[in-house]
Design a protein around this ligand. Structure first.
Ligand SMILES: Cc1cc2nc3c(=O)[nH]c(=O)nc-3n(C[C@H](O)[C@H](O)[C@H](O)COP(=O)(O)OP(=O)(O)OC[C@H]3O[C@@H](n4cnc5c(N)ncnc54)[C@H](O)[C@@H]3O)c2cc1C
Length: 360
């Protein structure tokens, strides 16, 4: 196996992969919608990162969920934007890998695993987005053996950099399907990415479906009620979203540590944040391993830590950190992302409680 391949969490290649993507990211001057992190994504694919997530029988490395969390923390600290894009590609990959549609799995899984033809997801409207609307935002109607999709997926990360999309649609009777479409399919419109508070380079935007024909070969799961509850792919607020937040917190805490080598007044701040990081990381690994129940609290704790540690890094960086281009300012903006991404109601409530309590 190539020395570049990260086949297990203990592989020395993980350290070198992280060093490489961190070096590319440090050189990246801007993180706008025009700054798609192509090089980092190539390095991640070449290192076999997509194989972490499926079993050896299916062509993967079969990492355990706790090792995946460990890996995500390292990658997230090295480059949050490309690691976030990977999470959305992995969500599609895992749904495909666990699909009952064997011919689709055979056709698509190999190119998802080697990263040559990635897919990404637009499924949050089945869990956390536009749930208050009376009509489904992306509906499907039966048409003989096929289905026709109309509407939009309000959030799709990296659609323009993907070969296919895994979308969720709702039938008239309320049942749901997951389906896959090539990004070039007739009726698919990938809108330009939003100018975001952070992570604009992830190219996140709307995907429109205008009479998109979905043949049975493209159905990944369903029709059934709550289609995301079956199969694998990680639900909203999954343990791996906490791992990503911890990755960003690690960048900030490591920065404070480096500063504290010159300024001893920062040492106790670093030690305290590091201690909290270690506790939440242990909790994350235990939850991922199934040793502890997964509640909204874990993600709320990770969110709280990422907010506090990035702001502490700003205090340590002083005015220099507030100048555009300094990484600490970007980290502070990126921390806000965790308040809105993949946050089920339980996480949102725990976050709000935390904010109210700290202030009272
Ligand atoms: C950068 C980024 C990348 C993302 N990438 C992906 C991705 O790749 N794939 C994916 O599937 N998802 C993705 N998501 C979606 C994400 O996981 C959440 O689903 C999304 O952030 C939820 O926000 P929303 O604005 O859609 O929520 P909504 O609940 O739709 O809220 C939108 C607005 O509706 C109004 N509203 C909300 N609730 C109510 C109510 N009860 N009554 C009346 N009005 C209400 C409010 O004005 C609110 O501002 C991404 C999100 C972000 C921010």
């Amino acid at each position: 196996m190539s020395e570049k391949i990260v086949s297990s969490i203990s592989s020395p290649a993980l350290k070198s992969l992280c060093a490489d993507i961190a070096a590319v990211s440090r050189q990246q001057k801007a993180w706008t919608v025009n700054d798609w992190p192509q090089k980092q994504l190539e390095l991640l694919a070449d290192a076999g990162v997509y194989r972490w997530f499926v079993s050896e029988e299916q062509g993967g490395f079969g990492w355990t969920a706790d090792d995946i969390a460990r890996g995500y923390i390292e990658l997230g600290a090295a480059c949050l934007t490309s690691t976030f894009i990977v999470t959305q590609r992995v969500a599609a990959l895992k749904r495909i890998a666990s699909s009952q549609n064997a011919s689709l799995v055979d056709r698509v899984l190999p190119v998802l695993l080697d990263g040559t033809k990635p897919s990404t997801v637009g499924i949050s409207h089945l869990t956390t987005s536009r749930r208050h609307l009376k009509q489904p935002i992306l509906s499907v109607q039966r048409d003989g053996a096929d289905m026709i999709a109309n509407g939009m997926a309000p959030w799709v990360t990296g659609g323009a950099g993907a070969d296919s999309l895994l979308l969720g649609g709702v039938l008239e009777d309320g049942e749901e399907i997951l389906f896959m479409v090539p990004t070039t399919a007739e009726g698919i419109g990938i809108e330009p990415g939003f100018d975001l508070v952070a992570l604009s380079a992830s190219h996140t935007g709307v995907v429109k479906c205008n009479g998109v024909r979905v043949s049975p070969e493209m159905i990944v799961a369903g029709p059934k009620e709550s289609v995301l509850a079956s199969g694998k792919g990680g639900g909203a607020g999954s343990v791996q979203t906490s791992a990503l937040a911890l990755g960003l917190a690690k960048s900030a805490i490591d920065f404070i540590e480096r500063e504290s080598e010159k300024r001893s007044d920062l040492k106790s701040t670093h030690d305290s944040l590091q201690q909290q990081f270690d506790l939440i990381a242990e909790e994350t690994f235990a939850v991922a391993a199934g040793e502890k129940a997964h509640t909204g609290e874990l993600r709320a704790d990770a969110n709280s830590l990422v907010m506090r540690s990035t702001q502490a890094a700003m205090i340590a960086a002083k005015g220099a950190g507030f100048v555009e281009g300094h990484p600490v300012g970007r980290w502070c903006r990126e921390a806000l992302f965790f308040l809105v991404w993949s946050c089920p109601q339980s996480v949102a409530e725990a976050n709000l409680c935390g904010l109210v309590e700290v202030g009272s």
